[in-house]
Design a protein around this ligand. Structure first.
Ligand code: HEM
Length: 387
């Protein structure tokens, strides 16, 4: 399985005194020693203190801890992307929705969510520093900023955040166009050539969003509905849906529903855009989540929403922390809190999944709508509910 290979490679990249960590450290001829295995001496020696001010070490430690966790997020993320998309061909893989692989995807995504919760909690530690404590050593940072975190940008790109999909504030874009977040050759907030290239490479490659869209797209095909039958089903659904809405939402939301679930597929759609089929599959999975075959896919969708949410919560905590430390001043990377606010609001990877609750119906209405199609759902795809 590709994730296993990925794990092996990641493990092989990390070496302990030259020995591969895929060998059990406790059975090798050399008796493993805790500090060597973890290279603790190297780890704690890292960082370039610019001053002798007390809080500067906290500032360095916290950033280093973030970068270590970013490394782990990338390992998990890459393994999940590799399960959705074949790394060699760049083509979507066919995952059995009832398989251990689905369960592995759920558990790896779940691990990313838990790491992200730790990243959010770490903000509390940094907030024990006061703005005056920060000013004591801030000059020494020059133009270095978390804005230049290569791993953070790669996480965003591997999730599927595109240059076009990002928030663009005038204070950022005026100084770099749509590439403002990875400019080269500028002092404030810029990247060096090597980092910029690494981010570019991930941006043009397969990402989680592509993988999820392709998976949902294929999933929709597996319900055994003809396009005609699908249209019938969704038209019936729309009828119930409109009835369920308050008067003030009816025109607007029924129009949106039709555009999202009843329209014909666009021919010139890019791979980063949700197809109508993918939207329908996501809605069906949410509505019929209790059927055994749909349980794991539903968990996948929940974890994707969690990651988007916890990344946004981190952005929000970081924004508040930044304002608390520097008020209305520009950051060392040359951007203001306005930029950070926009990123909180708009830098989401799966807005289509977040929008799904808009279109849900209660269970009895769903049952009424699917009644005529139950035999297709149950016979062809073994969707019998337990119990
Ligand atoms: C005193 C603490 C901090 C302050 C005042 C602060 C402030 C800022 C500001 C103002 C920006 C906008 C770019 C700029 O002008 O620099 C920024 C961006 C950023 N910072 Fe921090 N930051 C702090 C700590 C951290 C920590 C601990 C991390 C952890 C990695 C971090 C990661 C980031 C990231 C990833 C961005 C880019 C966000 C985006 O583009 O959406 N920052 N920070």
């Amino acid at each position: 399985m590709p994730e296993k290979n990925g794990e092996k490679k990641d493990a092989q990249d990390a070496t302990v005194s030259g020995a591969s960590v895929t060998e059990c450290p406790f059975s090798s001829s050399k008796d493993p020693y805790y500090n060597e295995y973890l290279e603790v001496h190297k780890l704690i020696a890292l960082g370039n203190l610019a001053t002798d001010k007390h809080d500067e070490q906290l500032f360095i430690t916290i950033h280093q801890a973030y970068e270590l966790w970013f490394k782990q997020v990338l390992i998990e993320l890459k393994s999940v992307v590799d399960m959705f998309i074949d790394a060699k061909t760049g083509k979507p893989r066919k995952i059995d929705d009832n398989s251990g692989e689905m369960v592995l995807i759920v558990s790896r995504l779940g691990r990313i969510v838990e790491i992200w919760k730790v990243l959010v909690a770490q903000v509390d530690i940094l907030e024990t520093m006061t703005p005056m404590d920060f000013l004591e050593f801030r000059k020494g940072l020059g133009s270095a900023s978390g804005f230049q975190s290569r791993q953070f940008r790669i996480i965003e790109a591997m999730m599927g955040l595109t240059p076009a999909g990002r928030y663009k504030s005038t204070d950022a874009v005026d100084r770099g166009g749509s590439d403002y977040y990875k400019r080269v050759g500028v002092k404030e907030g810029g990247f060096n050539e090597e980092d910029r290239k690494a981010i570019d490479e991930i941006e043009i490659g397969a990402n989680l969003r592509h993988g999820v869209i392709a998976w949902l797209d294929r999933f929709a095909g597996s319900f055994g509905f003809t396009e005609q039958k699908y249209k019938e089903l969704w038209t019936a659904y729309l009828g119930e849906y409109v009835q369920s809405l308050p008067e003030r939402d009816r025109d607007n939301l029924s129009e949106k529903f039709s555009a999202n679930f009843l329209a014909d597929e666009k021919k010139d759609r890019g791979s980063a855009e949700f197809t109508i089929a993918a939207r329908r599959a996501a809605l069906i999975i949410s509505l019929l989540r209790d059927y055994p075959v749909l349980r794991a896919p539903f968990q996948v969708m929940l974890r994707l929403i969690d990651i988007d949410e916890y990344m946004a919560i981190w952005r929000f905590r970081h924004l508040n922390m930044a304002v608390r430390m520097i008020g209305k001043r520009s950051g060392t990377g040359g951007h203001s809190a306005t930029y950070l606010e926009g990123a909180v609001r708009e830098n989401r990877v799966f807005p289509e999944l977040l929008e799904l609750p808009t279109y849900l119906l209660d269970t009895s209405s769903v049952n009424k709508v699917i009644e005529p199609y139950k035999s297709i759902l149950e016979n062809e795809f073994c969707l019998q509910k337990n119990g």
